[in-house]
Design a protein around this ligand. Structure first.
Ligand SMILES: C[S@@+](CC[C@H](N)C(=O)[O-])C[C@H]1O[C@@H](n2cnc3c(N)ncnc32)[C@H](O)[C@@H]1O
Length: 190
């Protein structure tokens, strides 16, 4: 599956930025999921754009909205090491014709511009407040349309709060969230 879906040009970028990259098998799983998901893609937390690039190259007919905020002074100290160099944010993908890069804090995104988005990848601010803000916006988006939300970094952790946040929703939405074995991805389908 990886050789079929993972664009060979990815190697160049994964060698340059190995530390922060979503793992190749996680990208491959999302590409597989995207092949049966209608609509465009929103990635929250594009970093240097390596995953953005894979989405864009694999699906040239989809628009990939990539959001990042490298001057986010409000980001917790413990996640500061993830901030990209501002001049190079999303550099792996921003010149691709189907990529729209938005230099913006995801908490203040205007979702009315994402009318055709059917897949949201949440990989930005990992604090509890950050992941809940991005997730609530995504839930509102999919309240009136079908689609998929994927979260990165879903595992028990003292700071990275994706797992804690999604677990807190188990009463509101029993059986809504699934984790993908062998990855740190969680997903919900609407
Ligand atoms: C782990 S990196 C993302 C990696 C990327 N998704 C990939 O697969 O290569 C997290 C990114 O989230 C961005 N970020 C953190 N808080 C944000 C916010 N409130 N709005 C937009 N981007 C944010 C950081 O600047 C950083 O580039």
């Amino acid at each position: 599956m990886i050789s079929e879906w993972y664009h060979p040009d990815a190697l160049k970028w994964s060698v340059r930025y190995p530390a922060y990259q979503t793992k190749p098998w996680e990208v491959a799983w999302m590409l597989w999921k995207l092949s049966s998901t209608v609509g465009d893609v929103l990635e929250i937390g594009a970093h240097y754009g390596e995953t953005t690039r894979e989405f864009a190259l694999a699906f040239p007919s989809k628009t990939i909205y990539a959001v990042d905020c490298p001057d986010n002074a409000a980001l917790a100290d413990r996640q500061h090491h993830e901030l990209p160099v501002a001049s190079r944010v999303c550099e792996a993908a921003r010149e691709l014709p189907n990529v729209r890069f938005l230099a913006q804090n995801s908490r203040s995104l205007d979702y009315s511009q994402f009318g055709n988005v059917g897949f949201i990848f949440i990989d930005g601010d990992h604090s509890y407040a950050g992941v809940s803000a991005d997730s609530e916006n995504a839930f509102t988006h999919f309240a009136s349309r079908h689609g998929v939300i994927a979260w990165h970094d879903c595992f028990p952790h003292d700071y990275i709060a994706v797992h804690a946040y999604l677990s807190s929703l188990s009463q509101r939405w029993p059986d809504r969230f699934k984790t993908i074995i062998g990855t740190s991805l969680a997903i919900a389908e609407f």
